[in-house]
Ligand binder design. Structure first.
Ligand code: NAD
Length: 277
């Protein structure tokens, strides 16, 4: 039996992370589109990784449990990377909340029951969650701790009327949920953190860069402190640190990696975006 590293969402960000933490382990690649997982598997196998693939829909608990059964058959689960998600241009409000908010919460809950001692996980959130103004202490508490099956019934989530807000609430919830779960994962000797990337060039970001909010995105990149978008490998490097032995004192934390865009959104040249975002 081997140590197992599980990646959900086999896109570019997920692949960059799993390449850095999967060597010598059995790597499970999950995705809603099995073709995406199989394509990623081909690349990884040709780079020396041992890989299997499984179709998974993180908005379904049964599907997540099936993924866990598959992963457990290869050994003890040491790592979870969640890089599955849908963006505001890709899906309607309900779908975004089901996948990005509820799905991530269930994933954290179910993997938190079986993650092995010394294990670690990373959830990919987004800078978008940092653009929502402060919520009340009660709303924070509810997003962090409400039982997963009741999460989508929260009144303030029912009142969301556009896809960007649905995405922002989902990503804020990811960060809060990671804090809550860190207290449970810690009891098993495991750490869990979130990473909130800015614009990273991937197929998902390319959809946004060619979607209805294209001009805004391009302007935002130009006016940001870094003056460029990020790459999946830069997110991979951060995740590798968090999931390594050097990251053992870090848990329940969120890391913005956005070239300074969020700082500029609140206090710099990008403040104009507050009117539209
Ligand atoms: N690319 C960016 O600029 C950026 C910025 C901030 C956050 N993110 C976040 O990073 C994560 C990964 O995005 P990416 O840019 O690599 O995109 P991507 O499109 O390359 O990968 C996302 C993958 O998730 C899969 N997926 C979608 N719904 C799923 C579901 N219900 N169950 C299982 N898999 C599902 C897709 O099939 C796809 O393979 C997402 O959560 C996204 O919100 C991306």
């Amino acid at each position: 039996m081997k140590e197992v590293a599980v990646l959900v969402g086999s896109g570019s960000i997920g692949q960059a992370i799993i390449r850095r933490v999967g060597a010598g382990k059995h790597v499970v690649l999950g995705d809603l589109k099995i073709s995406a997982a199989n394509d990623a598997a081909k690349i990884l196998e040709n780079a020396g990784f041992e890989v299997s693939t499984v179709e998974v829909d993180i908005s379904s608990r049964d599907s997540i449990l099936n993924l866990i059964e598959h992963a457990k058959s290869f050994g003890e689960i040491k790592n979870l990377v969640n890089a599955a998600g849908v963006s505001p241009s890709q899906a309607p409000i309900k779908k975004i909340l089901q996948v990005d908010l509820y799905g991530t919460a269930v994933l954290l809950e179910e993997f938190g029951k079986i993650i092995s001692g010394g294990g670690s996980g990373v959830i990919i959130s987004s800078q978008s969650g940092h653009r929502l103004g402060a919520l009340t202490e009660e709303q924070d508490f509810q997003l962090a701790t409400t039982p997963t099956e009741e999460l989508l019934n929260l009144k303030f989530l029912q009142e969301i009327s556009d896809t960007l807000k649905a995405y922002q609430f989902s990503k804020r919830c990811n960060v809060l949920r990671v804090m809550f779960e860190a207290t449970r994962w810690g009891k098993r000797g495991a750490t869990i953190n979130s990473i909130s990337p800015g614009i990273i060039i991937t197929p998902l970001a390319n959809d946004e860069l060619h979607g209805p909010r294209k001009d805004g995105y391009l302007k935002m990149i130009e006016a940001s402190p870094a003056k460029r978008a990020g790459t999946p490998d830069e997110v991979g490097d951060l995740a590798e640190f968090l999931m390594s032995s050097r990251g053992k004192f870090i848990s329940g934390a969120d890391f913005l990696i956005d070239g300074g865009t969020t700082a500029s959104y609140w206090f710099g040249d990008l403040q104009y975006l507050k009117k539209t975002h």
